[in-house]
Structures are given as C-alpha cells and as structure tokens.
Design a protein around this ligand. Structure first.
Ligand SMILES: C[S@@+](CC[C@H](N)C(=O)[O-])C[C@H]1O[C@@H](n2cnc3c(N)ncnc32)[C@H](O)[C@@H]1O
Length: 447
C-alpha cells in the first residue's frame, strides 16, 4: 500500500477520533477567533452598515507564512494583519498588509484584499470536496455548532458586496484550497448605477447608495412606495427636508428601493435581482409567479462570490465533475460551476420545491448541458442505501454542495429565530449526514 493509499484508508476511523477531540477543543478558541478575526458582533448589524471599502489607491503587500499561535497573534497585533486559526489543522496563516483593513467580511481573501492561506487537517481534505453556505448573521453559537459538525472546519465569512452591487453577508464552510482563486468574467457591475444605468438620472444627490442591501425574500408592498411618493410630492420638486430624506433613505435601504422616475421609487424586479445575483436574465422566468421568483432568488447563492471560491476546482477537474447538489434551490451551485467552464458530468440535485426544480431543469436544457441531471425531492429520502445505489451508478462524488434553509437562523426572522433546532434550519444536519454517508461509500470503494 502506498503512503497515499494508507493515508486515505485510515481517514474514516481517524475522523471519529479527531471529531471527539475537536468537540472538546473547539469551544475555547472559537470565541477568540470570532471576536478577534471575524468580529461577528459587527456582522449582526452588517445589513445596516454601508461604510466599508478600501480607500482609493490603498495597496496591500502579500506575505504568507505559517507561525505558532502565540507569535501569530503577536504579529497580527503589530502588523494589523488578518489571521485565522483552524481547529481542523495545525493552524494559521497570515498576511502582512501595509495598513489595517476596514472590513472583516473578506474571508480568505476577496479581490483587492490580502489573500490568506490555510493548512487543512488531512482528515478533512477532499475529495469529496464540500461547500456549505448559510447566513453570517445567525447566532454565534449556531456557527460553533456547525463548525463542530464539519470536524472543526470554520466558516469563511464573506460579503458579496466585494463581488457585485449588493451586500450578502454569508458564512461558507468548505475544504477547498484557497489559493489561486479566480473571478468569472466578465466582471459584473459593482454599483447599482452601473447595473441599472437607466435609473441614474432619477437618483437624487442626497441618496448616496451605490450598493444595495442584502436581497431579501420579499418585496416592498405598494403602500410603502406610494407613501414615499406622497412625501416627495409634498416637496414639490425640491430636495425634501433632512428628516424626510433620512426617513426615505431608511425605507430605501430596508426594502432595496430604486429610483425609477422623478420622485418615484420602486422595488427591484425579478430580472434585476437575477442580474444582481449573477444569474442570466430570466433565469427564474416561466416556472412561477413574481412573488415566488423573488422568494427563490432571495434564498439563492450570489454566483460571482461562490464561483470565486469554486474556481480552484477547475484545474483539479479538467474533464468535468460529479456533483451532489443539496438544497439546490434555483441551481446557484450548478450555474456557478458552469460559468467557470467546468463540465458537469453528472449532477444529482436535491430540492423539494417543485417550481425550483423546474427552473433547474429548464436552465440545464437552456445552457446546453451534455452531462446527466438527476433530480430528487426530499433530502430525508436520500438515505445511505439510496446513496449507495446512486453511487454505484455514478461513481464517486467530487463535490457535495449546498446551503440549507436559514428560516430559523436569519436575523430577519423576528418570530421563529429558534436556531438550528428549528423545523427548517435543522435540515442542516441532513447536509453533514449525507456528506458522511458519501465519505463512507467512497471509503468502502477504496478498500
Ligand atoms: C437556502 S435555499 C438554497 C438555495 C440555493 N443555494 C440556490 O442557489 O438557489 C434552501 C433550499 O432548500 C430547499 N428545501 C427545503 N426543505 C428541503 C428538503 N426537505 N429537501 C430538499 N430541499 C429542501 C428549499 O426549497 C430551498 O430551495
């Protein structure tokens, strides 16, 4: 048996021991990581914070070294640099920026920010690669719980405002390499004015927004827009008084309203949201009504962000990938991989919503996929036996990807934000259960 074979052979049983140790160790240091590195207290309010970007002309020097934990934190203090401590690995990495970053939602690096590196514990290395997404603003203890279920792999927190014209603060837990990431081209519009140039002439000077807020699952109702229109009418073409401006801007921010005429505000249309999120126009058209389209889009991946993370897979799979897409929604994962030019050899897509399934199926045909798409409904029906049979037909999965429902986790939910134990959000545990089953089948096949 070669060294590589024996390492893989031992992976399964070692993982159990490793997981037990992680569970003991992870609690202590996560607190430090969250407050010092990611500043999660900021993330909770990030939807109302518009202020972060690098100053023009600001540059970063890149260095990347592995250091001991103590030295690492000392260096971080003196350099003002980014660091991250990985429970799933021996640790650390750094970069030495020439000045202190103003935002902490840049994960292992976004375009224009320092690139960090990490050393994953071999026990959590792919294949299979995994990639899990959920809202950054969920309570910290829930992210800690998620981390434990991923054998100590911590989330990378990223705001999509670095990739497009809207915010989308998300946590991504994955075992992908983090070096060599690439953007999909063409790069998308980075401001709302570039995205919707026809609206620019109506944008008053007192509305400073260039980025929209996180795309939600609901639109503003007519009464909100007509109420604002009446306020604007009362000023008779002049700039409204400051307190009225402030009130209007607050509503604009909460509901992502855009200027569609002189003194006229309106919510985004589904085709505009599609473009903001990096889908092709009309991706969701045809399968459902406007309300459902907006809801499905509000739950989906931001394509440019996710594609940036997944881009490292392209050189690893030059002939294509076998993908298990869980909670596929409108197919954000599939679209991101396709836009990267990765051939989708086989996709098993698990999604319970029939309209979403139709959208994925119709995109599959429209985009001229030559691989095979198999669609399943309820993830709870994807038992280990079903998976075993599937993998007999398909072979191994290269990637398990998805974002589980966030209904009971999101800061927007004021009624049933009961955490991972909630009826929808507890589906998260299905993701790690299925991932573990995939690993077991792959492990058995290697013997
Ligand atoms: C956060 S969304 C994921 C969106 C997806 N990442 C995308 O890009 O569109 C969660 C999805 O899980 C689906 N879902 C909810 N319960 C499910 C279940 N029991 N089995 C499979 N899918 C489910 C929902 O319909 C929803 O589309």
């Amino acid at each position: 048996m070669t060294h590589e074979q024996s390492r893989k052979y031992c992976k399964g049983s070692l993982r159990t021991i490793f997981r037990e140790n992680v569970e003991k160790a992870v609690d202590k240091d996560l607190e430090e990581i969250w407050s010092e590195v990611y500043g999660l207290h900021d993330i909770e309010t990030s939807d109302s914070d518009e202020s972060v970007s690098l100053d023009e002309g600001e540059t970063w020097e890149r260095t990347s070294v592995t250091v001991s934990k103590k030295r690492h934190f000392e260096e971080r203090k003196s350099l003002g640099g980014h660091t991250t401590l990985l429970k799933s690995s021996k640790v650390v990495l750094t970069s030495g920026p020439s000045s202190k970053p103003k935002s902490r939602m840049t994960g292992f690096g976004t375009p224009g920010f320092p690139v960090l590196s990490r050393i994953l514990n071999p026990l959590v290395e792919g294949p299979p690669y995994f990639y899990f997404e959920n809202v950054a603003s969920m309570p910290k203890k829930e992210w800690e719980n998620i981390t434990r279920h991923f054998d100590g792999v911590e989330p990378e927190f990223v705001d999509s405002k670095y990739f497009c014209a809207c915010r989308r603060p998300r946590g991504y837990v994955h075992n992908l390499p983090v070096e060599g990431r690439k953007l999909i081209l063409p790069e998308p519009p980075m401001t709302v004015q570039e995205l919707l140039p026809r609206t620019t002439e109506y944008w008053p000077s007192w509305d400073p927004r260039t980025k929209l807020h996180c795309i939600n699952t609901r639109s503003a109702c007519n009464s909100i827009c007509s109420g604002l229109r009446n306020l604007l009418l009362a000023s008779d073409g002049a700039d409204p008084p400051l307190d009225v401006q402030k009130h209007i801007l607050k509503k604009c921010s909460s509901w992502n309203l855009i200027w569609t005429g002189p003194g006229q505000l309106a919510p985004l249309e589904p085709h505009e949201i599609e473009l903001l999120l990096g889908f092709d126009e009309d991706h969701t058209r045809g399968a459902s009504n406007k309300t459902d389209r907006i809801q499905s889009l509000g739950n989906s991946f931001q394509i440019n962000t996710v594609a940036y993370h997944l881009s490292v897979l392209k050189p690893l799979y030059p002939t294509g990938m076998r993908v298990l897409s869980l909670f596929s929604g409108i197919g954000g994962a599939e679209v991101a991989l396709h836009k990267l030019g990765i051939h989708l050899h086989y996709v098993v897509s698990v999604e319970i919503n029939q309209n979403n399934k139709i959208m994925v199926e119709s995109w599959w045909k429209k985009s001229g996929q030559r691989g095979k798409l198999k669609q399943l409904d309820n993830i709870t029906d994807l038992t280990s036996d079903v998976l075993q049979d599937l993998m007999e037909e398909i072979g191994e999965f290269d990637l398990v990807i998805g974002g589980s429902p966030c209904n009971n986790l999101s800061g927007n939910n004021r009624v049933s934000r009961v955490g991972l134990a909630g009826p929808d959000s507890s589906l998260f545990f299905e993701f790690t259960r299925v991932l573990e089953d995939v690993r077991k089948v792959m492990h058995r096949r290697k013997r």
